[in-house]
Design a protein around this ligand. Structure first.
Ligand code: UDP
Length: 255
């Protein structure tokens, strides 16, 4: 376990991946510092499937290694930290952090940019969020279909010209990480974060799981029922449990 002097949250190694035992307030405070001191970076949600993929996917491993914070987005990570280190930290779902951050942004008058999802979805999300967080300064938005290099360049230019303090990118894992990397290298934005399919939920085109499932860490089960294609990566879940147990009892070093 390491205590990071920058954010004073506890950082633990989980299968070789640094994971920060943070809560929403710690994350907001860290975000404030990044914005105030223009330290550019992103927060990265960690879940069991990613932990397994990172073992063999260098790109994903690098994304986790370079993140300002790797936060426990899933119940499995909370379980693993407890088993390995006895840490009683809570789950911080990325979707909920997005809402905390937007409420906070409205209070602090931060400039916010939203990037991702289909044109009608992102437009509807902006309108919903402006109603929900009165005074929030959404200074621009762009859809997330950027496979054409000219469209991607135009989106990056649009972000840069809007001069936001925070950018939320909802384009799905992988794609959003690559765009965040470009935003942080090519613009002066201090804070960015990937939010997956959050804009679909905000716009109302995808339902969020019922509260009883959310409260029991079973959101993944709900998403699986709605989109059976999500079953494939789940073959990694038993592997995650096995790797964590092996780390606990055989103390395999991932250095
Ligand atoms: N999306 C996008 N650009 C793309 C592909 C997907 O903006 O090229 C959006 C899509 O409209 C949806 C989100 O990215 O809003 C993907 O959400 P998904 O739930 O698949 O991502 P996950 O959270 O599983 O990574």
């Amino acid at each position: 376990m390491e205590s990071s002097p920058k954010n004073r949250s506890q950082r633990y190694s989980l299968l070789g991946i640094p994971v920060d035992a943070v809560d929403f307030d710690t994350m907001l405070a860290r975000m404030d510092t990044m914005i105030a001191e223009k330290q550019r970076g992103y927060f990265f949600p960690i879940n069991p499937i990613k932990c397994v993929l990172i073992q063999t996917n260098n790109q994903l491993a690098e994304t986790a290694r370079n993140a300002e914070l790797n936060f426990p987005d899933a119940a499995g990570i909370v379980w693993a930290l407890r088993l390995l280190y006895g840490v009683k930290t809570g789950r911080v779902p990325g979707y909920e952090f997005l809402h905390h951050a937007l409420r906070h942004a409205a209070q602090r008058e931060y400039r916010v940019y939203l990037l991702g999802a289909k044109e009608n979805v992102i437009r509807q999300s902006v309108s919903v969020l402006r109603q929900q967080y009165s005074g929030v300064r959404i200074v621009g938005w762009h859809h997330g279909y950027l496979s054409d290099p000219d469209t991607a360049d135009a989106a990056i230019r649009a972000v840069n010209e809007a001069q936001p303090e925070m950018v939320f990118v909802g384009m799905g894992a992988g794609k959003q990480d690559r765009i965040i990397d470009r935003i942080l290298r090519e613009t002066s934005v201090p804070f960015a974060m990937g939010v997956g399919g959050s804009f679909d939920v905000i716009a109302g085109t995808a339902p969020r799981a019922p509260k009883v499932l959310l409260d029991n860490g079973l959101e993944w089960l709900y998403r699986l029922l709605l989109q059976p294609r999500r079953i494939r990566p789940m073959i990694n879940l038993p592997k995650f449990v096995w790797l964590v147990i092996r780390e606990k009892f055989w103390r395999r070093s991932y250095t």
